[in-house]
Write a protein that binds this ligand. Structure first.
Ligand code: NAD
Ligand code: TDX
Length: 339
């Protein structure tokens, strides 16, 4: 199987590529990635040992000519991870979110159609459904799309385009919508790696609002296995929710990280809330488990332990990232949240 992965230098894409190369000897991967601030060549330095089963192309999914050239090599399947993925950055400026997440998806879909690619997989998110109240049932695939941030609005727009290409042109396309991922190689702007690395650095841990927002956590390898399953066995035109059935309040996650690292709670700093902050996400992934037989394998206790250990052991990886562009962003965003 020849797979074109986009955005494979980011957190989930690079874990997915490593999973595919290590699990199957008959899979080859081309990775198209723009190397934005979130893309890191170091994430895939271990692909050397897979020889010509892994190939990298630097470029923008919104660059039609380039996408046409890459897709004309006729992969069997395209898996689109490439996106601007951080809600807070979308609040500061949504422009790049629309270009990559919407226009980029359209360019991929058009080329997929032109070259009659067998299958297109769109990696989407639980955030397209909006926010739940404390006693609401978890999201199912039939929930309305009610995105609340520029990021989630751009992801919902991409999902609607995928649906339209399936309906209008009969393209073979599937969508996965996953809850919050954590694990090795996650960019330290996201909650879990930010809190781990700030705690190691003995700098304050910024908690938005009252810290009582709820996220449904899943280990990145369980997410990668679900994508592999949907890519191979998913029914055309279908949407599959993916989740860990593992809801936690943000503040509990932050306290757990501090305890595991032997750091004091006094490092916690409550800051102003994220504008439009979704209160709760929870996913019902019954369709995926009943129809395709997927279930998550990694418990949160195991996964968070392994993740903290990974960041502690890979300090040079995140120290290099927490400089330059990242610092400019950090100061601008957290400066705007000081109470
Ligand atoms: P990430 O920000 O870590 O990585 C994104 C990757 O896409 C980077 O390598 C970046 O260089 C690349 N990229 C960005 N713009 C590009 C462009 N125009 N052309 C080519 N490459 C480009 O993101 P992630 O956390 O790995 O998320 C991957 C996908 O999964 C995204 O589509 C995201 O919406 C979705 N998702 C993420 C989560 C999560 O918890 N992180 C949960 C559900 C869904
Ligand atoms: O400094 C922080 N303080 C804080 O309290 C940060 C960065 C986050 N938070 C809160 C906001 C959220 O309630 O933690 C929660 C998680 O925040 P993020 O890590 O930014 O994730 P979230 O906004 O939930 O979105 C994530 O899950 C769905 C990913 O970033 C998306 O790409 C994915 O689609």
């Amino acid at each position: 199987m020849r797979v074109l992965v986009t955005g494979g230098l980011g957190f989930i894409g690079s874990n997915f590529i490593l999973h595919m190369l290590e699990t199957y000897s008959d899979v080859s991967i081309t990775n198209l990635d723009l190397i934005t601030y979130a893309g890191n060549l170091e994430n895939l330095k271990d692909t050397d040992r897979h020889g010509d089963r892994y190939q990298f192309v630097k470029g923008d999914i919104a660059d039609r000519n380039l996408v046409d050239d890459v897709v004309s090599r006729k992969p069997d399947v395209i898996v689109n991870f490439a996106a601007e993925s951080h809600v807070d950055r979308s609040i500061l400026d949504a422009s790049q979110f629309l270009r990559t997440n919407v226009i980029g998806t359209q360019a991929l879909l058009d080329c997929c159609r032109k070259y009659k690619i067998d299958r297109y997989v769109q990696i989407s998110t639980d955030e397209v459904y909006g926010s739940l109240g404390p006693s609401d049932a978890p999201f199912t695939e039939t929930n309305d799309l009610k995105p609340n941030s520029p990021y989630s609005a751009s992801k919902a727009s991409a999902d609607l385009l995928v649906r339209a290409y399936y309906k209008t042109y009969g393209m073979d396309a599937v969508i996965t919508r996953c809850s919050n991922n954590y694990g090795p190689l996650q960019f330290p702007e996201k909650l879990i790696p930010l809190m781990i690395t700030n705690a190691v650095q003995d700098i304050e841990l910024p908690v938005y609002g009252d810290g009582m927002n709820v996220r449904d956590w899943i280990h990145v390898m369980d997410h990668c296995r679900s994508i592999d399953t949907v890519m191979r066995k998913g029914k055309t035109g279908q949407i599959y929710n993916v989740g860990g059935s593992c809801e936690h309040h943000n503040i509990d996650i932050v306290r757990l990280i501090l305890t595991k690292l032997g750091k004091p709670d006094s490092l916690i700093k409550y800051v102003s809330d994220r504008p439009g902050h979704d209160r709760r996400y929870a996913m019902n992934a019954q369709k995926l488990s009943n129809e395709l037989g997927w279930t998550p394998l990694i418990s949160f206790e195991q996964g968070i332990e392994q993740t903290i250990k990974w960041y502690v052991e890979n300090e040079p990886w995140w120290r290099r990232i927490k400089t330059g562009e990242y610092l400019t962003y950090y100061e601008k965003w957290y400066g705007s949240l000081q109470k």
